[in-house]
Design a protein around this ligand. Structure first.
Ligand SMILES: CC(C)(COP(=O)(O)OP(=O)(O)OC[C@H]1O[C@@H](n2cnc3c(N)ncnc32)[C@H](O)[C@@H]1OP(=O)(O)O)[C@@H](O)C(=O)NCCC(=O)NCCS
Length: 194
């Protein structure tokens, strides 16, 4: 049951606008999701790069639609205030268990275009998006990744998330994963710029 405030369409942080995707973002979405070096970290194989602008527009429509269907999930893009460049994405999707369907679990995720890494944008945007998620009613968020995804683990650590280590049987993706969990008090205890 949805009991909190809806995810805001737009949140401003020190350096970013964390905002809802629009059709005009499709070229940049394509530029990010057509890259194997990004998508190979986001899901199980086979990794299928986005092929064209039509697919990017459909992706924008799809992720915005998911929030209408379930207001506890939300995808937002990270726009750099100074340049207007769309650096990447933060997302809170619902997690379906491989063997048990949906039991109320949600993930916090992120990905950047490689031209926008190394500046703290993922951490800053994810902190703001997690705040929105907690205001929407979430009490904790799962952060999962391939065990060798050191840059992603570093983002989770900077957010103050609790490190649960490697799990041999990921209940949502299968295989070996590394899990963290993020709760409001973790964010409160960090010095992350929001
Ligand atoms: C995971 C991913 C988002 C991490 O990106 P990132 O740029 O390393 O993370 P941040 O944006 O938080 O930036 C942190 C880095 O910026 C540096 N930085 C530079 N200027 C900074 C500033 N003003 N403020 C904060 N950090 C700054 C930090 O020191 C840190 O670098 P370090 O790790 O070398 O110490 C990125 O590697 C990615 O998109 N990978 C592919 C997709 C993926 O793996 N997604 C996650 C799936 S689980």
């Amino acid at each position: 049951m949805f009991a909190g405030q809806p995810f805001p369409d737009r949140v401003e942080t020190a350096r970013l606008v964390v905002r809802r995707f629009a059709d005009a973002d499709a070229p940049r979405v394509l530029s990010i999701l057509s890259r194997l070096d990004v998508i190979r970290w986001l899901d199980n194989p086979p990794f299928v790069p986005m092929a064209d602008l039509d697919q990017a527009r459909q992706w924008v429509t799809k992720v915005n639609r998911r929030e209408v269907d379930d207001p506890l999930q939300a995808w937002r893009c990270l726009e750099v205030r100074e340049t207007g460049v769309m650096a990447g994405t933060v997302l809170v999707p619902r997690l379906e268990r491989i063997d048990g369907g949906f039991v109320g679990e949600y993930e916090l995720g992120w990905h950047l275009h490689p031209d926008s890494t190394g500046r703290g944008y993922a951490t800053e945007g994810a902190a703001a998006h997690a705040r929105s998620a907690f205001a929407a009613g979430h009490t904790s968020l799962v952060i999962g990744m391939y065990p060798d995804n050191a840059p992603s683990a570093a983002v989770a650590r900077r957010l103050g998330a609790e490190d649960l280590g490697e799990v041999p049987d990921d209940p949502w993706y299968g295989g070996v994963s590394r899990h963290f969990t993020l709760r409001p008090e973790h964010l409160d205890a960090t010095q992350v710029r929001e």
